[in-house]
Ligand binder design. Structure first.
Ligand code: NDP
Ligand code: ZN
Ligand code: ZN
Length: 363
């Protein structure tokens, strides 16, 4: 019934009814929430969401850990589903295709960054994030994410997903996948390189798998050794529960840590010329600082931040992942379990990626 209504709305150019789970403020728990999505434009597709991953960024955002959030908030930017309607000018999708939607739904398309498909760095400040953002292309209305039954998105911001791909595994690629793939590529990690992955959750697992795919030797840093057997089973060389016990030096380190930690202990483990990509973004109140004195006196190490990846690179990552069956470690949950999942993700009880099966969302 819901879908039928949506199809009629899409055809008539009306706003699209949507149902999701939202928090009303930063200390709230998730509850059902009905809202409207903007009407379909000629370049838009309407996607029926089948699976949505839970990224730790969703938790940071829902709890206003980076900035004051826009509420009610429906998080979710690891979205996989089926195209159910297409605008007149859509060329890359037809009804029935699978599509993935990640962290962005629009940008200016005209600036230098957009022109080279680095849309996340749109120089006109017009990148529209999938949720917790005011959409400058639609009267500054708030965007709502993937913990919901549908999404309307400009086709440029959706990736093509082959029909044979397992959609529940594809969903987390749209953020965890691209965010780890992109810096590994940027730093040109290659066969024989020594790589370390700090933080072994949703992103950490993907970093391990892509680094192994590139032929690197990979060690994991975690805050305890609970996941040691998992790390070894998945191909890691070692798991360290403490940087101080590590005598190795690395060509490349990626930090996916979402909590307060001493970043300088990791920089110290880079070899001369080694590179460290920081993707984990702990709450601002943690005030993590790079020690400049240490950085200068042990010079020759390159430290940089990395933000998801552009749309072209996201499609490339998806194709490589599907072709080589590089998928996340997932646990499928019902939409009523989001609150428990959030608790587990912050208390260290979660294993890797929770993925919401959207068929559990009932009107
Ligand atoms: P998860 O919660 O799935 O994983 C985080 C992992 O880090 C957990 O395994 C956790 O351990 C571990 N961890 C926590 N504290 C420490 C510590 N002090 N030392 C070592 N390990 C630690 O989170 P995600 O992988 O989804 O996200 C990770 C971070 O990346 C978040 O800050 C998120 O916002 C950010 N992010 C950034 C993006 C970007 O574009 N830059 C895009 C996507 C996410 P335990 O198992 O014990 O809980
Ligand atoms: Zn994310
Ligand atoms: Zn732009």
């Amino acid at each position: 019934m819901l879908l039928e209504n949506n199809l009629t709305q899409a055809k008539n150019g009306d706003k699209i009814d949507a149902l999701g789970y939202a928090v009303a403020h930063k200390n709230d728990t998730f509850k059902p929430f009905s809202f409207k999505r903007h009407a379909m434009g000629e370049n838009d597709i309407l996607v029926e969401i089948l699976y949505a991953g839970i990224c730790h960024s969703d938790i940071h955002s829902a709890r206003s850990e980076w900035k004051e959030g826009i509420y009610p908030m429906v998080p979710g930017h690891e979205i996989a589903g089926r195209v159910v309607a297409v605008g007149n000018k859509v060329s890359r999708f037809k009804i029935g295709d699978y599509a993935g939607v990640g962290c962005m739904v629009n940008s200016c398309g005209a600036c230098e960054a957009c022109k080279i498909s680095h849309e996340q760095f749109c120089e006109n400040g017009k990148v529209v994030f999938t949720y917790d953002c005011l959409d400058c292309f639609h009267e500054n209305t708030p965007t709502y994410g993937g913990y919901s039954n549908n999404i309307v998105v400009h086709e440029h911001f959706a990736v093509n997903v082959p029909q044979n791909a397992p959609l529940d595994k594809v969903a987390p690629l749209l953020c965890a996948g691209i965010t780890t793939y992109s810096p590994l590529k940027f730093s040109k990690v290659k066969k024989g390189d020594k790589v370390a992955v700090a933080g072994f959750g949703g992103l950490g697992v993907m970093a391990l798998k892509y680094a192994l795919y590139l032929g690197a030797e990979v060690s994991i840093f975690a805050r305890n050794d609970i996941k040691k057997n998992e790390a070894l089973r998945l191909g890691a060389k070692a798991l360290y529960a403490n940087t101080k016990t590590c005598k190795e030096r690395f060509d490349f380190i990626i930090s996916t840590i979402p909590t307060a930690y001493n970043v300088n202990n990791y920089i110290a483990l880079l070899r001369y010329g080694g590179e460290m990509a920081i993707v984990g973004l702990p709450p601002v109140e943690d005030k993590i600082q790079i020690d400049l004195t240490k950085l200068v006196f042990t010079a020759g190490k390159k430290v940089y931040g990395s933000l998801i990846g552009g749309m072209q690179e996201t499609q490339e990552m998806l194709n490589i992942s599907v072709q080589n069956k590089i998928y996340p470690e997932t646990e499928i949950i019902g939409i009523n379990d989001i609150n428990i999942a959030y608790q587990n993700l912050t208390s260290g009880k979660a294993k890797f990626r929770y993925v919401i099966d959207m068929s559990s969302l009932k009107a």
